[in-house]
Design a protein around this ligand. Structure first.
Ligand code: PLP
Length: 273
């Protein structure tokens, strides 16, 4: 299959202007789209309704597109928040996936994939003889521990715990963003996200010590339930002390990250006002 990478906005969401351009260039083919409910680096949530509207406006009828919603991390967190975009099979989507080993806390890699019955009807129509049940996996085999762990965690903690933890993660992410801003560090946090994106620290030892995930000139922190205010304060104290060393005398300057997180969030010497 031919793959087209669609441009993104500064937030990390699909740029529906570029999507329109690509769709019109490929009008003769059907479309398989991946939309993200929380991108890996910036935690951006694609605007599903706008993507659907764009597909329709470009002349793609329902039977000529397939939409997969990748909700690896934030797909599990979003439903616990108010006034958020609805990701639902009432809309013209075809599948949704979430990871089990991220927010759901399963101790082994696993995930849940929900697909419209019509897409797997054939695969599910027959029993796999040796397991005496229906199974749509390629091998007719899967990890039985994963659903047990998922069930255990969900029923042990319960709805209220998850709701409280999601709110705490967003609150603590906002706290970290505020502290970084106060310390004069370029930073961005999408409104519905627990992922704080900021200027990449200059020292690999620091990056390794705090296990920061980096891309180009930016790093990110995913504020998960285990991340406390105390931990964030100690991270900030160390970062501020290190930055003082990295940038003292003015010889070395904080990098410009405007192209990654926007001019309004960048406080490099050029964009600092
Ligand atoms: C948006 C997104 N999709 C998919 C994945 C991979 O998920 P998994 O570890 O369940 O394969 C990740 C991150 O790990 C992610 O951020």
């Amino acid at each position: 299959m031919e793959c087209n990478v669609i441009e993104t906005l500064i937030s990390g969401e699909i740029d529906c202007g570029d999507l329109t351009f690509r769709l019109l260039q490929n009008k003769d083919k059907p479309v398989i789209m991946n939309i993200n409910i929380g991108t890996t680096v910036k935690g951006a949530i694609d605007d599903l309704d706008l993507v659907v509207q764009t597909l329709k406006e470009c002349g793609f009828q329902r039977n000529r597109f397939y939409i997969h919603c990748d909700g690896a991390l934030f797909g599990v967190m979003l439903p616990f928040l108010n006034q958020v975009p609805q990701i639902t099979f009432k809309k013209p989507i075809d599948s949704v996936s979430v990871s089990g080993h991220k927010f759901l806390g399963c101790p082994l890699p696993c995930g849940v994939q929900m697909v419209r019955m019509k897409h797997i009807g054939g695969a599910l129509s027959k029993d796999v003889e040796y397991i005496a049940s229906r199974d749509a996996t390629i091998t007719g085999s899967r990890n039985g521990h994963a659903p047990v762990f998922l069930w255990y965690n969900l029923s042990l903690k319960g709805y209220n715990w998850f709701e409280k933890e999601v709110r705490k993660c967003l609150h603590n992410a906002n706290y970290l963003k505020g502290q970084l801003k106060k310390a004069g560090v370029s930073v961005m946090l999408n409104k519905l996200s627990n992922i704080v994106v900021f200027e990449r620290p200059q020292d690999d030892g620091f990056i390794q010590h705090w296990q920061l995930s980096c891309q180009g000139n930016v790093a990110h922190v995913a504020v998960m339930p285990n991340v406390t205010i105390k931990m964030l304060d100690s991270f900030m104290d160390e970062l501020v002390a290190k930055r003082f060393m990295w940038f003292k005398d003015g010889g070395n300057q904080p990098p410009c990250v405007a192209s990654q997180i926007g001019k309004e969030n960048c406080v490099c010497p050029l964009h600092k006002c």
